[in-house]
Design a protein around this ligand. Sequence first.
Ligand SMILES: [Zn+2]
Length: 142
Amino acid sequence: MLAMGMAERKPGVHDFGLPKPRVQRSGQVLVWVKEVGLDGTYLGIVSHGWLNIAEGYNEIVLGHEKAGVVRAVGTGVTKLVAGDTVTITAWQGCGICQPCLHNRSDMCKTVLFIERGTHKKDGFLTQFVVGREQYMVKVPVG
Ligand SMILES: [Zn+2]
């Protein structure tokens, strides 16, 4: 599967291959990416090399605004079904502090949050992504 992102010690944006993700845990949803937005955040990231790649990885997929279509859901997913159009929040909580426990990871007190596509976890500039249902918002269509 094709992805676009940045790599450690390699300036600029590159394409690279990734295995197609699969639903592997309860509460996960597989989404076919249809649209990705790139905003001014990436001007700094790309031109200044502000990478924040997760430990143990050499690259990060860019893109933190997206829309896509649900292709598969795991056990425990209660609000989404295949065919739903969704967006995925880029900010995802640490699971420890009070703001994150109340879905306000933008106010994270531990700094252990992730921001998909910019901070510690792959973004959405690729063909398929897997995420947790709690970070997905169903988009009305039509
Ligand atoms: Zn937190």
